[in-house]
Ligand binder design. Structure first.
Ligand SMILES: NC(=O)c1ccc[n+]([C@@H]2O[C@H](COP(=O)([O-])OP(=O)(O)OC[C@H]3O[C@@H](n4cnc5c(N)ncnc54)[C@H](OP(=O)(O)O)[C@@H]3O)[C@@H](O)[C@H]2O)c1
Length: 342
């Protein structure tokens, strides 16, 4: 049995982690923490937990967590997480950070997009980007796993095999993505109030979203050169899920069959990526409540465009499900332990 702690357990990703870890046969939750100064029975936040789970979320104490945890999940807002991650790495714990603080290797990019100087650049070098389908071998050895962002997960999974096989133009990528409102976390924000959201649909941070440098940095390692990416995120009036439609220009003489073959070669054996036959596209409801990333594609002979549609649950494959998938890889559990539907 490994001992797990969740820092920031009252948030959306923290609560999803609790739901997964209580049914993981190889894990015991030893600490759930909050900044608040009185303990919170976990059942108050998650009434659907099975009987016999009497955990409490308690005020954060580094010393207490350090004494009794092998793996620490950090579910704090970006720029708040780095110092906590640093403490636990100094104490030699395995850390899975759900924030963006260790995803970007380029420190200048981090400072530009997150508007703070990175407090522990030495740890950025050590961190492994936690996208299992692309970095599984590194994750097996990693003591600091930077869990990917929700938008980048689906987009990178769709694009990496096509760039790697040089099937698409590097300067032609347009990502049009829409997220459910849980993507913004539970903090109060006028833009995510029911009255603003209901019956509404809007673009936000157009080509200014902080997930852009993350997508670009990872995808450039697959293209071997600079890429040009336009990213337009939208807010959907649903609780969870991200659907991204991606428009690309294919290279000369690249057939639909070649596109399909590259995606199949990358994902045929993957437990959490499901590839659709050409012309068949996923919807949010196909992935909500699951750790799957579903990918559909088609090609348009008239415009030479490739169109991909990817769907994930932002709180699972886009956050807590993927974090557990990473823990399973690192701690040598079956990769789908705790994540199987039945
Ligand atoms: N939501 C998603 O879909 C998603 C997907 C991928 C990655 N992420 C990342 O995962 C991390 C957690 O996201 P989340 O959606 O769980 O966020 P959230 O719902 O806002 O929860 C964050 C928790 O962190 C604690 N916290 C500690 N210091 C804080 C501070 N200075 N300001 C606000 N909260 C603070 C809060 O708990 P107490 O008030 O109890 O202390 C809060 O419940 C973020 O870095 C986020 O970017 C989120």
């Amino acid at each position: 049995m490994i001992k797990c702690a969740i820092i920031g357990a009252t948030g959306f990703t923290g609560m999803e982690l609790i739901k997964i870890l209580v049914r993981h046969p190889g894990v015991r939750i030893t600490h759930l923490t909050t900044r608040q100064d009185t303990p919170i029975p976990v059942r108050n936040l998650i009434p659907v937990l099975p009987p016999g789970i009497d955990l409490e979320i308690v005020p954060y104490s580094f010393t207490d967590v350090k004494k009794n945890a092998d793996v620490v999940f950090v579910c704090l807002p970006h720029t708040e997480a780095a110092e906590t991650v640093k403490e636990f790495r100094r104490a030699n714990k395995i850390v899975i950070d759900l924030s963006a603080d260790f995803r970007l290797k380029g420190l200048k990019e981090y400072e530009r997009w997150y508007k703070v100087e990175h407090p522990c650049p030495e740890l950025v070098k050590e961190a492994v980007y936690g996208l299992p389908e692309l970095y599984r071998e590194k994750i097996k050895q990693a003591d600091l796993i930077a869990n990917p962002g929700c938008y980048p997960t689906g987009v990178i999974l769709a694009l990496a095999p096509l760039l790697k096989n040089k099937l698409i133009e590097r300067d032609s990528m347009i990502v049009d993505a829409a997220s459910g409102v849980s993507g913004a976390g539970k903090k109060l924000d006028p833009a995510t109030q029911f009255i603003e959201l209901e019956e509404n649909y809007l673009a936000y941070k157009v080509n200014k979203h902080q997930h852009m440098p993350e997508m670009r940095e990872v995808l450039e390692t697959y293209s071997g050169a600079g890429i040009s990416l336009t990213f337009v995120p939208h807010l959907l009036p649903v609780k969870r899920g991200i659907l991204a439609t991606i428009y690309l220009q294919r290279r000369k003489n690249v057939s639909a069959r070649k596109i399909e073959a590259a995606l199949k070669a990358a994902y045929d054996k993957e437990p959490f990526v499901r590839l659709r036959p050409e012309g068949n596209f996923p919807a949010l409801r196909d992935v909500q409540g699951t750790n799957y990333c579903d990918i559909g594609f088609t090609t348009d002979p008239q415009s030479d465009r490739v169109i991909l549609v990817t769907a994930i649950d932002n709180l699972l494959k886009g956050a807590s499900g993927q974090a557990v998938q990473n823990m399973n890889i690192r701690m040598e559990f079956a990769e789908d332990e705790g994540l199987k539907l039945w």
